[in-house]
Write a protein that binds this ligand. Structure first.
Ligand code: CA
Length: 364
């Protein structure tokens, strides 16, 4: 939806007068465009949920402020306008202009999209950002979504997640057998091959499913978001690390027609704000996880445990099988996966002697 704004029209007239004095540089900026835009943004998150749900809210608020009100975006929680996991279709069809969610929810429609959220045992937050913004990842992301009439913008990342909440102990690989667990994306397929039963549920349904015993375990995010859902009241064992999601990137998707209707300066405001939200979310989760972990550690009903190494080794080797099959079956996954793993190999070598070595040294 867009409409002429007559106040804006006056401002544009004033702007054009200023341009006449400077002679040049004014034609292409779009900075004096009179048009205002009113968009809707559907999301996969509970409304205003800490971190995940606030990212699109903050995106909308900051874009409106930065654009002087020329682009107003109304944000809807999952299920308010369209179901939480139907964001991709709604924006692709143009039912709404914008969406916010995670690209691995599109598994089955566009399998290669999973590389842009998280690959089990794959890239961390900063590694993924390095690949997307400087390593050609974002170009591949755009190319993948183009046939769906969508423009993707990375917008947020939760950092390394936790392995999840379990109502039974995981002491060996046998304990994964028969485990019914909420775990989306490739991680879910890995669990299936390890003998478990993966389930995909939107966040809002997790607590009840775990509490009623409909599932035995769930991964969600990390201390900050998990405590918000009260998952520590529905399961005793909290395992780490989040092998399934080492630094999942979130996305904004914009209908291509809506995107192309924006003047260049508004497009740049949207781009820059989305990137700012990614940085902001990393700061928010670093703080929020630290606060919530303290709370969970003090809870006598919670036991925080590492997964046994043999479990992680098995999950890692199954991950390789699953990813190899995905890349063999789907040309887009082959192309994107090749680029992803080429960068991951170099990034891992660097992370090993920087982040990893430093964090070990700090705890000596
Ligand atoms: Ca997760």
């Amino acid at each position: 939806m867009k409409r002429r704004d007559f106040v804006g029209g006056l401002a544009a007239a004033a702007g054009l007068a200023a341009c006449a004095q400077e002679e040049n540089d004014c034609q292409d900026t779009g900075a004096t465009s009179a048009e205002t835009f009113e968009w809707s943004c559907v999301t996969s998150w509970p409304p205003k949920f800490p971190g995940l749900g606030m990212a699109p809210e903050n995106l909308a608020t900051r874009i409106e402020a930065a654009s002087g009100g020329r682009l107003k975006i109304r944000v809807y929680g999952g299920g308010e306008l369209v179901p939480a996991l139907e964001v991709f279709d709604a924006v692709s069809r143009g039912t709404v202009e914008m969406g916010h969610g995670a690209s691995y929810y599109h598994k089955g429609k566009v399998d290669a999209a999973q590389f842009f959220t998280a690959i089990p045992f794959g890239m961390t937050n900063m590694e993924l950002n390095g690949w997307l913004y400087y390593g050609g990842g974002l170009e591949l992301y755009r190319e993948l979504y183009e046939p769906f009439n969508l423009v993707p913008l990375p917008t947020g990342n939760t950092g390394v997640q936790m392995g999840g909440w379990f109502n039974r102990e995981i002491n060996s690989i046998d304990d994964l057998k028969g485990l019914k667990m909420r775990i989306p994306g490739l991680g879910g397929e890995v669990l299936r091959r390890a003998g478990g039963t993966p389930v995909t549920l939107p966040g809002a349904e997790i607590f009840t499913a775990l509490q009623t015993g409909a599932i035995d375990a769930t991964e969600w995010v990390g201390p900050y978001n998990d405590a918000s859902f009260g998952l520590h009241k529905a399961a005793r064992y909290y395992y780490y690390p989040g092998w399934q999601e080492p630094g999942p990137g979130l996305e904004t998707i914009i209908n291509t027609t809506a995107w192309e209707s924006l003047p260049p300066d508004l497009q740049e405001i949207v781009n820059v704000t989305a990137q700012a939200i990614t940085t902001d979310m990393a700061a928010e989760y670093t703080h929020g996880n630290a606060m919530s972990l303290t709370q969970l550690e003090a809870d006598p009903n919670v036991e925080i445990r590492p997964f046994p190494d043999e479990v992680l080794r098995l999950l890692r080797s199954i991950t390789k099988e699953v990813v190899d099959e995905l890349m063999a079956a789907d040309p887009a996954s082959a192309k994107i996966g090749k680029a992803y793993f080429e960068f991951l190999e170099k990034a891992s070598a660097n992370s090993r002697l920087s982040e990893l070595a430093f964090l070990r040294a700090r705890d000596l």
